[in-house]
Design a protein around this ligand. Structure first.
Ligand code: AHR
Length: 630
């Protein structure tokens, strides 16, 4: 393949080209990136998930009862655990034990904890991190009770193990003397060190996995998890802010309750910490499902539009406004730099949903938001530019999602070549989820299983899809793989970008992660035209420039049995100029990364780097093979 790359004549590249999508799916938030180690810390039942004692275990002859005491910790967290001595009590210790979210990774580091108690007890509480398999106690400390019988009192502590525990099968325990009667506990919390040492923050190794992708935006908090299901309970920003005692939690969309400890402020801090643009999705009046009433009428939707304006005032408003003042009262006098708001999520999912979206739901939000915040970019969620604002304006951006098969996605390489340049597309979710069907370009069959993890042929086809997006960066503003995380102990959706367990060394970076890592860390400011003596396929390519002589060329090879030789000249590049060739490859198209039989993350993707030197005509020569990305 002989290619000539020009130095001018392309399109400015979007600074947002590679980003992240996050929602609490697959226990990716609670039990996942949100670093809280205690599972069911505040007995937060909600609708389909009633309050439960799971997974707490009595210590000694303790007897547990869930109680709504006459004095609640807060109206948001009314239910507590009553720990009482059982009938055979002597003066031995009793208490409660929590196994964490499928284990607790104990390391020689500082764990910061707290619990609230209501009691008359005047002795010490002993808190411990201990093995669930042996008698080993890794850290223990005593806290003098500050309890009062008529008032909830917070107790705080730190635990610092000297050694790492050999396994993650560890527990957190609170014990006290049984002779003094019962104690009610609530909001029992324990955090390891977090990314950037944020209180109530995120797991460092998972944040590092995201940071390594050099992302530019974070689309959150959903996905389907903003929408709510038949219980008609969407994600509500104002129930996710403030002290944890004030957050009731909600029935998440993905089969488990959300504590909302990872709330709006935490998402915005996450953006600050990764230096990415927040892209905030707001609920647009459609619950998942087709039950009567799953789409709100204009009258019913109006208060939700007002509520979105309150949310935006909380994020963007000066402290002189009520919600700006609320933000300042939580320790954030400065507004966050929000520029992008998406109205809903996949509001074309149901036929009548799409039509009501275009008829009034989108425009109600669009008109209200643009009137108050004319500089915000409003994104429609239907991927088809049909949503029109009440003043005749159309959404300037739309969010296009695609879950696909490798051959099908490669066949869509030119998908954006011919779209209007008047509107911009955000590819807010994409992934290869099922394998090819011989000779057919089928879409996903949602009744059939999906890949358990991303596979290499999928990652290569995603690379080709990304190259197609980069070539059309005047129409495609950015893309984010979805879902971002998979908790291997409990998940609803695969494949996912990064898989993990409670053990921080069991973080699996998928084949798709490797492609994004390569492409996102090799950006350029403008595409440049390429002339070729060969048509596109089996090699797919894009070229860009970031300043004089600073070229980037990306390619991926799909569907060939022969070696593909490249000979590329770059305008203005002379003999002897050096370049770096980086090639990703993997054995077998249907292989992916996962934990091996020993529980160690596999990595089938190999990275080859080679310095190339331009020949006498300024040409760079190299060869690539089937399913290589370079
Ligand atoms: O990424 C998983 C789900 O796929 C998202 O929640 C939803 O937007 C899409 O249908």
């Amino acid at each position: 393949i002989n290619l000539k790359v020009s130095s001018t004549g392309g399109n400015a590249s979007s600074p947002l080209m590679y980003g992240l999508m996050f929602e609490d799916i697959n226990h990716s938030g609670d039990g996942g990136i949100y670093a809280e180690l205690i599972n069911n810390r505040a007995f937060q039942g909600s609708r389909e998930f009633p309050s439960t004692l799971e997974p707490w275990v009595p210590v000694g002859n303790a007897v547990f009862t869930l109680q709504n005491t006459s004095i609640p910790l807060s109206s948001a967290l009314p239910t507590s655990i009553n720990v009482a001595p059982g009938p055979l009590s002597s003066n031995a210790k009793i208490g409660l034990l929590n196994p964490g979210w499928w284990g607790i990774d104990v390391k020689p580091q500082i764990y910061t904890g707290s619990f609230w108690a209501l009691c008359s007890y005047k002795g010490n509480f002993t808190v411990k991190l201990q093995s669930n398999l042996t008698d080993d106690v890794f850290a223990s400390t005593d806290i003098a009770s500050a309890c009062q019988p008529s008032k909830w009192v917070e107790h705080t502590f730190q635990l610092e193990p000297d050694l790492a525990a050999p396994t993650i099968n560890n527990t957190f325990v609170i014990e006290f003397d049984s002779g003094n009667g019962a104690v009610n506990f609530n909001l029992i919390s324990l955090f390891p060190p977090t990314y950037n040492n944020r209180p109530n923050g995120n797991r460092p190794e998972l944040m590092e996995a995201l940071k390594a992708l050099n992302p530019s935006f974070l689309r959150m908090p959903g996905g389907n998890n903003i929408e709510g299901d038949i219980f008609h309970y969407p994600w509500r920003w104002n129930e996710t802010i403030g002290p944890l005692t004030q957050r009731p939690g909600r029935p998440g969309t993905w089969g488990y309750g959300n504590t909302d400890g990872l709330g709006l402020v935490e998402y915005l801090n996450w953006c600050t910490d990764l230096d990415v643009e927040p892209l905030l999705a707001v609920w647009a009046g459609m619950y998942l499902g087709n039950d009567p009433g799953h789409i709100l009428s204009p009258e019913a939707l109006a208060p939700w539009v007002d509520d979105t304006l309150n949310e935006l005032e909380f994020i963007l408003g000066p402290v002189s406004t009520p919600y700006g003042a609320l933000r300042a009262s939580l320790g954030y006098p400065e507004p966050w730099a929000l520029k992008y708001v998406e109205i809903g999520n996949e509001d074309d999912l149901y036929t009548n949903g799409s039509s009501t979206y275009a008829a009034y739901r989108f425009s109600m939000f669009y008109d209200a938001i643009t009137a108050a915040y004319p500089d915000l970019t409003i994104i429609s969620s239907t991927g088809d530019y049909t949503a029109v604002g009440g003043n005749g304006q159309t959404a300037t951006w739309t969010d296009f999602h695609i879950y696909s098969r490798p051959d099908t996605l490669v066949s869509m390489f030119d998908n954006f070549d011919h779209v209007s340049r008047e509107y911009k597309t955000l590819i807010g979710e994409y992934a290869i989820v099922q394998e090819n069907i011989e000779g057919q370009l089928e879409g996903v069959n949602w009744d059939l299983p999906k890949f358990p993890q991303p596979v290499w042929i999928g990652a290569v086809s995603e690379a080709i899809w990304s190259i197609g997006a980069e070539r059309n960066s005047d129409a495609v503003v950015g893309m984010s793989y979805a879902p971002g995380f998979q908790n291997l102990n409990s998940y609803n959706w695969s494949p996912d970008l990064v898989s993990f367990t409670a053990n921080v060394s069991q973080t699996v970076l998928s084949t798709s992660w490797h492609v994004i890592n390569l492409f996102s860390n090799n950006r350029y400011t403008s595409t440049v035209p390429v002339t070729s003596d060969t048509s596109i396929g089996p090699a797919y390519w894009v070229a860009g420039i970031s300043g004089e002589g600073k070229y980037t060329f990306k390619t991926a090879i799909y569907n060939t049995t022969s070696t593909v030789p490249f000979n590329i000249t770059f305008e203005g590049v002379a003999k002897g100029t050096s370049g770096l060739l980086t090639v990703l490859s993997a054995p077998g198209g249907l292989s992916g990364n996962m934990l091996d039989g020993e529980g160690v993350p596999t990595d089938i993707v190999s990275k080859r780097e080679e310095e190339l030197v331009a020949g006498s005509a300024g040409e760079f020569g190299f060869e690539l093979e089937q399913w290589e990305v370079a």
